[in-house]
Design a protein around this ligand. Sequence first.
Ligand SMILES: [Zn+2]
Length: 388
Amino acid sequence: MQQSNVQASLRLGAFFMGALAAASSAAAFQVLPKVSDVDRKISTMGRNPVLDYLGHWFVGSAIPIMKSPVHESITLAAIGCNASLGSESECVTLEAVREHRILLYGVRWPDDPPFQLNAKSPPRIKGCDTGVTLRSTSQPLCWWGLFSDAGAQAKKKAYIKNPAFGPGDYMLYRSHYGDLQFMHAMGTYDGESAGDTVSRMRMWAEFLWGIASGTTSTGAYIRELGNSPLAAYFPGDITATNLFATGIVEVRKDLDKVAMGAFLHMVQDSFSNAHAERGQETGASCGATGFGKPGQIQRFRSYAKQSSTSHDEADTPKALGLHTMQISPSAVDVSRTFLKLWQEKKSWTDASVFFDCVFEPKDRTIEADAGPYEATRKAAAQTDPSRQ
Ligand SMILES: [Zn+2]
């Protein structure tokens, strides 16, 4: 490490330690099992161990999507946990996290997919080491730098009727701000029709179900998996193994669980008001399946013009508690049903009957918008760190 880098690290370190001291009393309640840190060890071997050590704290406790284990709570409640309705966060115990580590890695994957940095043209962002696979846990400061950059770029492109990022861009950019936002039950741009969004979600669900049930190859290039329209999203030499486990060897023998986790992530996001607007549940069943029908999708949301702060408020444990106490079938109930269908080894033909009932929008032509989460230009500049 060069002298100037050491000084910069120390300065940044002092900043983080100051912030840590200031926030320690609040942070004490937010210390959570790090559910997806299967790759954390490699960060100690990269070029920025000091920055990364501090960055773990920063990313894990200051960034809402990373600190709130809402998906983990829903998933563990769906698997079975004695917590009462509204107290799902009590399901997130170290023991439960250890037992279901790989499924929870999958549940977290759409928020934090691992990928390689471009060594020929490395990002000009502090803390980025092209020799280490990028995830929030392996290179937290680099991750945050890229996440902020993606947000800033996407905001500038918010008024074009196309996804801000696509094939060739980093997974982090595509998943949060680009063409893969269907993984979070959202439109990929402002103005996308609900029919297009749900078709993309269904394409993704079919692929995930195939991996989860072992009928789709994890070693074949995705572009060669029959005539799946997913090929257009992954035109290069990328397999399901690359997609889900780049740089993370230890989950590769359990990609079925990883895929099921990613499937549940999309299901769960569709119950967040910042992702999709659902009507009231009617008490009706999903046809012959016998499972309850959740409130119908009225429209999907688009992140492009949303305030990230108000978006994140819809994804907190408190919002989840209000949801599960008042709504049935809830995100937990629907997650449980899909887990049951998976454990019973149902084919996609069978599972898709329930999928269509859960996701079919009321009107396929209605366009995605920011909804009540729209950022005013002034407020966005004040509250969104990704904006200049
Ligand atoms: Zn999501």
